[in-house]
Design a protein around this ligand. Sequence first.
Ligand code: NAD
Ligand code: ZN
Length: 259
Amino acid sequence: MQPDQLTAQMEEVARLLAASQRVVALTGAGISVESGIPAFRGAQGLWDKYDPIQFASLQAFEADPGLVWGMLLEMDELVRQALPNPAHEALARLEALGRLQSVVTQNIDGLHQAAGNQNVIEFHGSGRRLRCHACGRLVSRLELDLDKLPPRCGCGGVVRPDVVLFGEEISERAALTAFALCQGCQVMLVVGTSALVAPASHLPLLAKAHGAQVVEINPEPTPLTGGVSDYSLRAGASQALPSLVEQVARLLEREAAQP
Ligand code: NAD
Ligand code: ZN
């Protein structure tokens, strides 16, 4: 995409956002790459060592929870050190401007909340919470004995992060809330997701089928590009979102100043 094409598309998208009350953002691992957490696709670092499909699956966890915990500890360290980047901050600003109803995130890193977004649906749960795989109790980190993996709950069950592993169902509450938001939104921002992991990948289709404009922000094309997406901003999230939201803020200021 030529720089002037990107600029023109951004201006159009900013006008669209400024004019819309119901905007939903669907985010994926790409938005957190610049916070130091590698995405699954286009992978580096952690995922060269651990194939996520193999490691982050229910089957792998049940077969050998100690082995999977080795990966979880490394992911946990990355997540706990990570800070929101300008893309997360821009989405928090868009919410504060009254132009973002909710973030539906596939990420488990908690960085949208850390940036200040109030309405966040964690579609795949949160790596910041732990629960017992057997009895379901939420377990505090202070209770964990990580010297012997996997850590165990008082009931004898294995403790795990409160995330959705491959092969597990999305929580009904998260799924129903996300579906309702997608059906009701006027604009869906799809940021940093390869749109390959179902059912999250169906959300832009659902929004589109209910009349929403779909705006994709991703440096790479995805299966949504050119078909489902009405706009494809081919740029990194922390490059595109802050300037997009700045433009929305200026349009709203101009609107407010009009007699
Ligand atoms: P993915 O790894 O499949 O795809 C990442 C996408 O982000 C790619 O399309 C890539 O082109 C794009 N991308 C890379 N850098 C970007 C940038 N700077 N700005 C914008 N986009 C960028 O991610 P996914 O679609 O979210 O699916 C992977 C699954 O893995 C999800 O379920 C997610 O829960 C999980 N995951 C989460 C984290 C996290 O919590 N931070 C990290 C890795 C994986
Ligand atoms: Zn238990």
